[in-house]
Write a protein that binds this ligand. Structure first.
Ligand SMILES: [Zn+2]
Length: 199
């Protein structure tokens, strides 16, 4: 592809690192900012550089943080007896936004996947085990995704909790609110049926 400007070609190529952005979209984005919004593009470039340079991971819960320990881990307003384990920082954000959860988190930054080189150590399970041994956590809430790897991860987390004598719970999965039984996939329906609750 030739745009007449190597810088422009490089920009289009670089934009493709964003999820869901293919060649056409990248091209549209690059032409858009040059034609119409150079100020916005400059701001984006500055924020991107600052975020990439200054955001690291909390040493206690592993979520994104600009400080060695994140605000959630240091906040007195959070219940230290509850620890919710999620796969990614964005899962943590989803729980924060959707629920009234007031406990703390531990972020695995992945899920068990030996083929991708993700084992217990990469997921920080040694750090988590140490934390459970400290005795403050009373309940480990396992909020990994209901995928094959997420389930395998959940089993390992449950074992970790058992070893530390900490109660473990798992997010319920089942019928989506507003859904209709006939349209729900069999696996989900079977899971929901098996996990039925007393009314
Ligand atoms: Zn933290």
């Amino acid at each position: 592809m030739s745009t007449g400007s190597p810088l422009l070609t490089d920009l289009i190529e670089a934009l493709r690192c964003l999820p869901g952005v293919g060649a056409k979209t990248a091209q549209r984005m690059a032409f858009h900012v040059l034609e119409r919004d150079r100020a916005g593009a400059r701001r984006l470039a500055e924020r991107l550089a600052a975020a990439v340079e200054r955001i690291g991971n909390c040493s206690r819960c592993r979520t994104f943080s600009e400080t060695p320990i994140c605000a959630l881990c240091t906040s007195d307003a959070r219940d230290a007896s509850l620890l919710c384990v999620v796969e990614t920082p964005v899962d943590q954000l989803a729980i924060e936004q959707a629920t009234g959860y007031r406990g703390r988190y531990f972020v695995l930054l992945g899920r068990l996947s030996p083929l991708d080189g993700l084992g217990p150590k990469e997921l920080g399970l040694d750090v988590l085990a140490q934390r459970l041994r400290e005795g403050e956590v009373q309940e480990l809430i396992v909020a990994t995704n209901p995928t094959v790897e997420g389930e395998a991860t959940a089993h390992m987390l449950a074992q970790l909790a058992r070893d530390a004598n900490v109660r473990a719970s798992r997010l319920a999965h089942g019928v989506p609110l507003g859904g209709e039984l006939e349209y729900i996939d069999r696996g989900t329906l079977a899971h929901a049926f098996g996990g039925r609750q007393v009314l």
